[in-house]
Ligand binder design. Structure first.
Ligand code: PEP
Ligand code: MN
Length: 257
């Protein structure tokens, strides 16, 4: 990795008044895996605002393993998410999977998420690099540190330095957890890139009970924030209910940090 723009010099990403990275306090991104209805995202936004959250998340284009699983509400969901953000004054983040929706997502969302499955999509990364919008780049589920650094490099090399990295676990031989959360990647990626690095303990473990201890661990090793899935009624969630926290559980994560 010789020629690089990301040399480790610290980069602070700004989202509205929020400063992410460096010595700024860790940010909390929370919300449902999927936006399921207007009521669901509104209720979640207001509850989270009350408990403490910096950015509201909600997937509207869902990268599901099965083509028969809930695929997200698409543009309709994006509008609900936008309304919920506006009603609570919270910035919003959502995943963009397909360039054809780039303009509408860039218009509505405050941060665009590149999911684990697209980390290796180099033409997509180049396009994201041309956007004037903060990008959350999740680690590919099979990506080495070097591949992840270079994926970030693709975005900054095309003009966009507003990149937040997100460790979300990698595949290993063990299937007890959904993924193996690689917390050593946090200080490594901070040192290698200078970019803020946050942790997603929800996809990183796939197990609700592990979200709180791994959130603590992530903050202890210097993560610049957390991304946590929260749902008003996890057993009825249309995606990732088993790893989603109730509002009470999220409140405990916020309180016992
Ligand atoms: C998500 O955060 O909604 C998601 C699909 O995560 P990942 O890309 O890490 O699987
Ligand atoms: Mn999810």
């Amino acid at each position: 990795m010789d020629k690089r723009i990301l040399t480790g010099e610290q980069i602070i990403v700004e989202v509205g008044n929020l400063k992410i990275g460096g010595n700024h306090p860790p940010i909390y991104i929370a919300g449902p895996c999927s936006v399921e209805s207007k009521e669901q995202i509104m209720e979640t936004a207001f509850q989270l605002k009350e408990i403490g959250v910096d950015v509201l998340r909600g997937g509207v284009f869902k990268p599901r393993t099965s083509p028969y699983a809930f695929q997200g509400l698409g543009i309709e969901g994006l509008e609900y998410l936008k309304e919920a953000g506006k009603a609570t004054g919270l910035p919003i983040i959502t995943e963009l999977m397909d360039e054809k929706y780039m303009d509408v997502v860039a218009e509505h969302a405050d941060i665009i998420q590149i999911g684990s499955r697209n980390m290796f999509n180099y033409s997509f990364l180049k396009t994201m690099g041309r956007l004037d919008k903060p990008i959350l780049l999740k680690r590919g589920m099979c990506a080495t540190i070097e591949e992840w650094v270079l994926a970030a490099e693709y975005i900054v090399a095309h003009g966009n330095k507003n990149v937040i990295l997100c460790e979300r676990g990698i595949r290993s031989y063990d299937h007890y957890t959904r993924n193996t959360l690689d917390l050593a990647a946090v200080p490594i990626m901070q040192k290698e890139t200078g970019l803020p690095v946050i942790v997603d303990p929800s996809h990183g473990t796939g197990i609700r009970e592990l979200v709180k201890p791994m959130s603590k661990a992530a903050l202890a090793c210097g993560a610049n924030g957390l991304m946590i899935e929260v749902h008003p009624n996890p057993p009825c969630a249309l995606s990732d209910g088993h790893q989603s926290l109730t509002f009470e559980e999220y409140e405990q994560v916020r309180r016992d940090k």
